[in-house]
Design a protein. Structure first.
Length: 263
């Protein structure tokens, strides 16, 4: 991370969060400022509460010293944490958009995708993943699998590509189960049920492609079988599965809507 990117992200933090709080604001007034400060100290910095200063300008300066002195990957950890910890989701959503603009401007390989910082920079890929995660209560199991897949892949300390792929394909399986009404069907059998019941007008070649992907995740590499040895998977494998499965889920949503299948 070069200095220009670090400054750009700090400026977005300032505009979105720090500048919204008066500098002479007393931190310990049991409001959002106290809650936010305590959340940072307890869950991110892991510092004792008695090191939280009395006024916001002092707290901000302590955060600034950390931000401009930490490792590059800690910057991403920090902005990701803040965007989930601040008690105003509208502000957090705008913050993530502004961060992405800076990340794109400074040619970073990282972007916010669904609340996670990850090495996915293509706007089309980001859009597919975020659309697939934007689900109703009924489709929450699908979104939960995708969010877990993204989190496992985006973990900068110990990414788990194997289980990320498992979660991605499980999201497709969950989507097919909801459409067919059969919660116990595997993806292979669920795809066949979709065809038999005419729930989704799907081209045979596309159905065959996902049957093969399902076979890939069930082969001797052991992606879906936790007791087998770790496979030699990489980021690009997990990314391909996440983006592909997200796009297929969006496709199934659209096809279901055309067939008047209620989800």
């Amino acid at each position: 991370m070069d200095h220009e990117l670090r400054i750009g992200l700090w400026n977005v933090l300032s505009i979105s969060y720090w500048d919204q709080i008066e500098g002479n604001k007393y931190v310990h007034d049991r409001g959002n400022v106290q809650l936010f400060s305590q959340t940072l100290w307890h869950n991110y910095f892991k510092w004792s509460f008695d090191t939280i200063d009395s006024f916001w300008f002092e707290v901000r300066e302590k955060i600034r010293r950390y931000f401009f002195g930490c490792e590059w990957y800690e910057i991403y950890d920090f902005i990701e944490f803040v965007s989930k910890a601040y008690p105003n989701e509208a502000t957090n959503e705008q913050f993530r958009k502004e961060c992405n603009a800076v990340l794109e401007r400074e040619l970073s390989a990282y972007r916010f995708v669904g609340g996670q910082i990850t090495e996915i920079a293509a706007e089309e890929e980001i859009a597919e993943i975020e659309e697939a995660q934007d689900s109703s209560t009924l489709l929450r199991p699908v979104a939960d699998h995708l969010k877990r897949a993204l989190a496992l892949m985006a973990d900068r300390k110990s990414p788990d590509y194997r289980n990320s792929i498992k979660e991605s394909i499980s999201a497709v399986e969950a989507m097919c189960n909801l459409i067919t009404g059969n919660s116990s069907a595997t993806l292979g059998s669920a795809l066949k049920e979709l065809e038999k019941k005419d729930r989704v007008d799907m081209h045979p070649a596309l159905k065959g492609a996902f049957e093969k992907l399902y076979g890939y995740t069930s082969n001797a590499e052991g992606i879906r079988h936790a007791l087998l040895k770790e496979s030699n998977l990489a980021f690009e494998d997990a990314k391909f599965m996440l983006v592909s499965c997200s796009a297929f889920i969006n496709y199934l949503k659209a096809k279901s809507a055309k067939a008047d299948t209620k989800l």
